[in-house]
Design a protein around this ligand. Structure first.
Ligand code: GLV
Ligand code: MN
Ligand code: MN
Length: 424
C-alpha cells in the first residue's frame, strides 16, 4: 500500500459511528483529539516540529536549515498545506483526513528529494490542521481559520455553544487554550506565503460527461477555481407546547407543522433559481416528546449560490414565507444569521501554478468550482490560497459513501508533491 493509504488505514477505526455509519469526529471530542495525537506523532517521526497556535490550529514545521536567523523570521512567507480532522455527524473517511494524510505523504517525498539533491528549497514548509472546519459542534464552519483570519469576532466565537450547552470558551480552555488570546493572529498569518489544501471532491464535478473518458472515468485530480458563497441561518418557530391527546386539532399552535411547510418552501424557492442550493439538514423540536406538541422548533438552513446578492434575495424570500407560514399556524418565527462566506475566487497566480504542476501528473486535470466550503476559502481573504481536488467516484460526501480509490489518492499526492516542489 502507498503511504497516503497506509496513513488513512491507521485512522480508519477512530471515531466510527455505529448508529449513523461513517465517522463522527467533532472538534475536541476524544476521536478528534486521538487524530490530533496521531498527526503529531506522524509529523514528529518526519522530524517536523509540531506546535499549537492560540486558535487551536496545529502546525507541523519543516524548517529551513538553521541559518542564524530568528525562527519567526525564517518562517515568514512559508508554504503551507493541510486540511482538517473533524467531521460532520456520520461523515466519510476522506473529507479532511485525505488532505492531512496527503500532506504527510508529500513531505516524505520532498524530504527524500532534498536529501538526493533534486529539491532546493527557498522557504519553510508547514502542514496545518484546522479545528472545527465543519462547524458540526459549535455551528460555525471553519471556526479555526475564521479566528486566525479575524473573520469572526472572538467574543462571538467564544460564546458559541455545543448541543450539551458547553461554550466554545470552556471547551477551548479545557483543551489547554487561553480564550483571551484567541482571534486574528498577524504573526501566524505572516508565516503563510501560500496555502494549498488538497481535498476529496465532494460532488459529481469530476464525473460529469465533459471530463469522463470512454469508460466513464473522470480525471483523478482537479484544480479549484472558486467556492460558492454559502451561509447558515437559524429559524426559531415558537408555538404553544401542549398535550397530544387533549388538544383538539383546531386548537393547536404547532411549530412542527409550520416547520414542515417551511422545509417545503425552502426547497421550492431554491429549486426555482438556477445554481441555488438550500438545505434544512437539522431540525430540533423542544421539548421533543412523542406525546407532546412542541413549544418551539429550531431549523438550521444552509443556502449557497455563486452570486452573493442572489443568496441574500433567496434568504429574504424564504424569511418572508416563514413569517406567513408561522402566522397561519398561530406561531411566531425569528431568523438569525449564524455565518456567511461570500463566493471565493482562488488566487489566480497560485491557481495557474497548480494547473501547470498538476498537468505533469494528470494531463486532463480540469479547473472546478466547488459548492463545499473550506478553510482555504476563509484564508483566501488574507493570503494566497489554492486547492486540489481528488476524484470521488461516488460523487457523494458528508455521508459514509464518500469514496476515494487508492490509486487516485496516490495521484493526488503526486500532484501535491509537484505543486509544492514548484512553489518551494
Ligand atoms: C463543509 O464541508 C461545507 O461545505 O459545509
Ligand atoms: Mn472538508
Ligand atoms: Mn465537509
Amino acid at each position: 500500500m502507498n503511504t497516503v493509504n497506509t496513513l488513512l488505514a491507521a485512522i480508519q477505526g477512530t471515531g466510527r459511528d455505529e448508529r449513523r455509519g461513517g465517522y463522527t469526529r467533532p472538534v475536541y471530542s476524544s476521536a478528534e483529539l486521538d487524530l490530533r495525537e496521531w498527526f503529531t506523532a506522524e509529523a514528529q517521526q518526519r522530524g517536523l516540529g509540531v506546535e499549537q497556535d492560540r486558535n487551536g490550529i496545529l502546525w507541523a514545521w519543516w524548517d529551513m536549515p538553521d541559518d542564524g536567523r530568528p525562527r519567526v523570521q525564517a518562517r515568514r512567507g512559508a508554504l503551507v498545506t493541510g486540511s482538517h480532522l473533524d467531521s460532520v455527524p456520520g461523515g466519510g473517511a476522506f473529507d479532511g483526513p485525505l488532505g492531512v494524510a496527503s500532506a504527510l505523504a508529500a513531505v516524505d517525498v520532498l524530504q527524500t528529494r532534498e536529501k538526493e539533491g533534486s529539491l532546493q528549497r527557498n522557504r519553510a514548509l508547514a502542514v496545518a490542521v484546522f479545528p472545527e472546519e465543519e462547524g458540526s459542534r459549535f455551528g460555525v464552519a471553519c471556526l479555526g481559520s475564521r479566528l486566525l483570519a479575524g473573520a469572526i469576532e472572538p467574543a462571538r466565537a467564544l460564546s458559541l455553544r455545543d448541543a450539551e450547552g458547553n461554550t466554545f470558551a470552556d471547551v477551548a480552555r479545557a483543551n489547554g487554550l487561553n480564550p483571551d488570546l484567541m482571534g486574528r493572529d498577524e504573526a501566524t498569518l505572516a508565516t503563510i506565503g501560500d496555502f494549498v489544501e488538497l481535498h476529496v471532491e465532494q460532488g459529481r464535478g469530476l464525473n460529469t460527461k465533459e471530463f469522463t473518458d470512454h469508460a466513464g472515468r473522470g480525471p483523478a485530480v482537479a484544480v479549484a477555481g472558486s467556492i460558492l458563497g454559502h451561509g447558515r441561518w437559524r429559524f426559531s418557530i415558537s408555538g404553544q407546547g401542549n398535550h397530544a391527546g387533549t388538544t383538539l386539532m383546531a386548537d393547536r399552535a404547532d411549530p412542527m407543522v409550520a416547520a414542515a411547510q417551511l422545509v417545503l418552501a425552502v426547497r421550492k424557492t431554491a429549486a426555482a433559481k438556477v445554481d441555488a442550493r438550500a438545505t434544512i439538514g437539522r431540525l430540533e423540536p423542544l421539548p421533543g416528546g412523542t406525546n407532546v406538541i412542541a413549544s418551539s422548533v429550531d431549523l438550521w438552513m444552509d443556502v449557497r449560490h455563486p452570486d452573493d446578492a442572489v443568496t441574500a434575495a433567496l434568504v429574504e424570500s424564504i424569511h418572508g414565507q416563514s413569517q406567513k407560514i408561522a402566522a397561519m399556524e398561530g406561531c411566531t418565527v425569528r431568523l438569525t444569521e449564524e455565518s456567511y462566506s461570500g463566493t471565493v475566487h482562488f488566487d489566480p497566480a497560485l491557481q495557474r501554478s497548480l494547473e501547470r504542476s498538476t498537468a505533469r501528473t494528470v494531463p486532463r486535470a480540469p479547473v472546478l468550482a466547488t459548492g463545499a466550503g473550506h478553510d482555504a476559502g476563509v484564508l483566501a481573504a488574507s493570503v494566497p490560497t489554492g486547492m486540489l481536488f481528488v476524484r470521488n467516484p461516488s460523487g457523494i460526501s458528508h455521508s459514509p459513501e464518500e469514496y476515494v480509490e487508492d490509486d487516485d489518492a496516490q495521484l493526488g499526492v503526486d500532484a501535491l508533491v509537484d505543486a509544492l516542489q514548484d512553489l518551494l
